[in-house]
Design a protein around this ligand. Structure first.
Ligand SMILES: [Zn+2]
Length: 334
């Protein structure tokens, strides 16, 4: 009997590995476009990710495993615009023959605030740029697997509509912030595209990349902006050490408006497990904190759930105590 189990286990394993092998391998440098590719390619592709969730793509150092992954790839999706400084070497070392597709092709790039003649890479932070990304990914996938063109196009159209709705949602939400307080202070300059699209002024302590040195003059500049515009909050980012921003918030007696996602999605249990959820969550967090309407900026989903459970538990105890008292105080006389 035991041998039979082993036999079935081996059959199952070889079947699943065959199924995996049968699908083209699409390697994405960062989690935002890994998600886009999954949404558009669906069951027809096997998506792999280089920089893990929560990692910082600006400072990433590829591993030997990455070289193998890239060597076995059928397609590589890259942001370009100086985002993945390590990618060319990784591709070269891996010896891969896979095409590497620039998914920002067609984006109206912003010049980097910290480097001369370099582009700001964070184009995905504007949902209408996201539409360019997904069109480029759709085109790359239909070239890779033309036999699934119809299914890929259907998935693409549905996803495109969701992204257009998200863009409109952000436009409407930002209008809730009084115009003079539409200022976003973050650790690094990842929100220039977001600001240009949705009408928010950006001030960051670091430049476009996360490896720039912090200057005292930058901190003084940000401090005086907070004071002069009576800002209610500053924001930390999921992939960057929050120390400096926390210090700024304490010095100015204002709150940390929440954690924003810029260079990576969050994990499955976070507020931003997908690209669209990341865009919506960022907008909600910014609007909530800058208008002072969000009282639980720092709470995540998990804490929210456990709060509800706690309230239900307390209510049950209270009702139980009341019934007990009622029975005790009204002894039957029959
Ligand atoms: Zn960045």
């Amino acid at each position: 009997m035991k041998n039979l189990y082993i036999f079935f286990a081996i059959c199952f394993c070889s079947f699943t590995s065959y199924a995996q092998e049968g699908k083209p391998s699409v390697v994405a440098t960062a989690s935002m476009w890994a998600d886009m590719a999954k949404k558009i390619g669906g069951p027809h592709i096997d998506v792999k990710l280089v920089v893990p969730i929560g990692g910082d793509p600006h400072l990433y150092e590829p591993t030997p495993g990455d070289a193998t992954m890239v060597a076995d790839a059928d397609l590589i999706l890259r942001n370009g615009l100086t985002f993945e400084g390590w990618l060319n070497e990784l591709i070269e070392n891996s010896g891969t023959k896979a095409p590497s597709v620039l998914i920002t092709k067609g984006v109206n790039a912003i010049e980097s605030t910290s480097y001369k003649n370099a582009a700001d890479p964070h184009a995905w932070m504007d949902a209408s740029n996201g539409l360019i990304y997904i069109k480029n990914i759709r085109n790359a996938l239909t070239t890779l697997i033309p036999e699934h063109q119809k299914s890929i196009n259907e998935r693409y159209q549905a996803y495109k509509q969701e992204l257009i709705d998200t863009d409109n949602y952000i436009i409407e939400r930002i209008k809730e912030i009084p115009e003079e307080q539409r200022i976003l202070i973050t650790s690094h300059d990842a929100f220039q595209y977001f600001g240009r699209k949705y009408g928010i002024r950006l001030e960051a302590i670091l430049g476009t990349s996360t490896d720039a040195e912090v200057q005292t003059s930058d901190i003084n500049r940000v401090n005086s902006i907070i004071k002069s515009s009576k800002l209610k909050a500053v924001f930390i980012e999921s992939t960057i050490n929050p120390k400096l921003l926390q210090q700024l918030a304490i010095e100015n007696d204002i709150s940390i408006g929440g954690k924003l996602f810029a260079d990576s999605l969050g994990d499955e249990d976070s507020e931003a497990p997908t690209y669209i959820e990341m865009l919506r969550y960022n907008a909600d967090t910014i609007v909530g904190a800058l208008t002072g309407t969000s009282s639980e900026h720092m709470h995540n989903k998990q804490e929210g759930k456990s709060n509800v459970l706690m309230i239900i538990l307390l209510a049950a105890i209270l009702i139980g105590a009341l019934i007990f008292l009622a029975v005790k105080l009204n002894p039957r006389h029959d």
